[in-house]
Design a protein around this ligand. Structure first.
Ligand code: MG
Length: 161
């Protein structure tokens, strides 16, 4: 089987006094996302997609929130680790495509920077890192501005990174 696909989903609640980090980029906003790490919901969804595609358990299993090592850690550090696991299993990433679901703030202006930031870590040119943003038109927990969710798919193929 030369190719594998993976799917990841994550959601975090807004919390006062936290930084808002998405795709490794800090967005100016009154509230950030609650979580044990920096709560980068986009990177978490990508990591779960990568782990799922190469037959590994999810990030909650790999990086338990009971482990003080991961307190406040940048999710990009965890993503580096996941990319290492991928290489060990003999896979490289072909492309990823993601959706951020948020009513606020406006995500679109920050997407180019997210793609640039993730590019060296994912070993992909920015054109192979799809990041899109949508609202849910006021419906559900994202629509009420309670938090942000993200979905990611990845395609892996056998071979060197
Ligand atoms: Mg998470």
């Amino acid at each position: 089987m030369p190719h594998r696909v993976g799917l990841g989903f994550d959601a975090h609640a807004f919390e006062e006094g936290r930084r808002l980090v998405l795709g490794g980029v800090e967005l100016p906003h009154a509230r950030g996302l609650a979580g044990h790490s920096d709560a980068d919901v986009l990177v978490h969804a990508i990591m779960d997609a990568l782990l799922g595609a190469c037959g590994e358990r999810d990030i909650g299993f790999k990086f338990p929130d009971t482990d003080p090592t991961y307190q406040g850690i940048s999710s990009l550090v965890l993503l580096e680790e996941v990319m290492g696991i991928l290489a060990e299993r003999g896979y490289r990433l072909v492309n990823t495509d993601c959706v951020i679901v948020a009513q606020e703030p406006r995500i679109a202006p920050h997407i180019p920077e997210m793609r640039t930031r993730l590019s060296p870590i994912l070993r992909l040119t920015p054109d192979k890192i799809g990041i899109k943003a949508t609202t849910t038109e006021g419906m559900g927990f994202t629509g009420r501005g309670e938090g942000i969710a993200a979905v990611a798919v990845v395609l892996l193929e056998r071979g060197e990174p």
